[in-house]
Design a protein around this ligand. Structure first.
Ligand code: M6R
Length: 369
């Protein structure tokens, strides 16, 4: 039931604070992460993991790409993120100390299911991150961490994405605790950050009117570019995917550092570019680099829409529009920065008179190859 909302998507975007809060519930004890579903694995098994391979498709794969930074930093295990359909049709090297983590909202994506089965046949242990109780992928996996986003009806994934990142961060912190790679104090700091996210997402939801007006002004746009760096990079990819699938607009996400290696040639006067700007405090080393990217493309006529931390004065002179997000530690910024991008794609689709719940040619779960 849409319950008064104009679309399931609008409802689901607004439910993101709860999606995160519900996914955290029951998994934090005394400022430490203890995911009950992982305890059956045995600490010795988790402590012995030498490599993690994340498999997923679409938005779920971007959740995986985002979490790679946190897992490597906190648990100090190398992480590869693979598209399920690419993974299963080559000869991946896996061993019994590799942990394969699949991510799927529906739990029924055929490519991901087949990739999980393939990984198991090669001897890897598998964990599934899933939003649908009793779905096929979690049933096939050794363990499951459910995201508690609630049913996601709109084809475009929104609340499941933030819940997936939340579950992956819990996984990373559980792993870090078992492996002793993070001190109790550091663990408590990350837990506090996680717990502060629902309220911060609720704050970001307040940019709705601003984003709607922007989308209306841009309703005739033919192509949009998205730039991000570090954890902002998968968010740029996700922003582009949302715009493609909902508003049928050509959109590309790039790592900001790649600009000079090709994409800057696309910049011509009037080209809209969304830039996910890292925090000037938390990412003091990256922030000036992204600001200089903004200056470079602005000098070539790009129209800059910056997603930036509240109080970031450095972007103001160069951006045509700044959408503010609250302060958060760098690894947590994606959970906030993605929200205006989801809203922008939805509002642009609405401005074009499109069906945001059921975009053309797409199905909610892709149960065929
Ligand atoms: O159900 P899954 O999470 O396995 O689905 C994966 C993708 O098909 C899905 O995220 C798709 O990319 C969405 N339509 C994106 O909004």
């Amino acid at each position: 039931e849409k319950g008064g909302w104009s679309s399931f998507m609008a409802k689901e975007v607004s439910e993101q604070p709860d999606a995160v809060a519900n996914t955290l519930r029951g998994r934090i004890t005394a400022e430490q992460v203890v995911v009950p579903e992982l305890t059956e694995f045995g600490d010795d098994v988790l402590a012995g993991v030498r490599r993690i391979v994340i498999i997923a498709c679409g938005t779920a794969a971007y959740a995986g790409q985002t979490a790679k930074y946190a897992i490597e930093k906190w648990a100090q295990v190398p992480v590869d993120v693979e598209l399920s359909h690419e993974f299963r049709y080559r000869d991946p090297v896996l061993s019994d100390d590799t942990l394969v983590v699949s991510i799927s909202q529906s739990g029924e994506t055929m490519d991901t299911l087949m990739a999980v089965k393939y990984a198991m046949s090669l001897g890897a242990k598998t964990i599934s991150i899933c939003n649908t109780q009793g779905a096929t992928i979690p049933r096939e996996s050794d363990a499951v961490i459910y995201t508690h986003a609630g049913p996601e009806v709109a084809v475009a994934s929104t609340k499941a994405f933030v819940a997936q990142i939340t579950a992956l961060y819990l996984f990373a912190l559980h792993l870090a605790r078992v492996r002793g790679s993070l001190s109790a104090a550091e663990q408590a700091t990350q837990v506090a950050e996680l717990q502060s996210i629902p309220e911060k997402i609720a704050t970001v939801l307040g940019v709705e009117d601003e984003v709607r007006q922007l989308a209306h002004r841009m309703s005739h746009t033919r192509a949009v570019l998205f730039l991000g760096r570090h954890v902002g990079f998968p968010i740029a990819l996700e922003g582009a995917l949302k715009l493609k699938e909902l508003a049928y607009i050509h959109a590309e996400g790039f790592a900001a550092g790649e600009l000079k290696h090709g994409p800057i040639a696309l910049i011509e006067p009037g080209q809209p570019v969304f830039v996910v700007v890292p925090s000037p405090r938390g990412s003091a080393h990256l922030h000036p680099k992204v600001v200089s990217n903004i200056q470079e493309i602005r000098a070539r006529g790009a129209r800059i829409i910056a997603i930036a931390e509240l109080g970031d004065a450095a972007v103001l002179p160069f951006a045509d529009t700044v959408i503010h997000i609250p302060l958060a530690a760098p690894l947590f910024e994606p959970l906030l920065a993605v929200v205006p991008l989801q809203m922008f794609a939805m509002e642009l689709a609405i401005a074009k008179g499109l069906d945001v719940d059921q975009p053309r040619n797409l199905a909610k779960s892709v149960t065929v190859e």
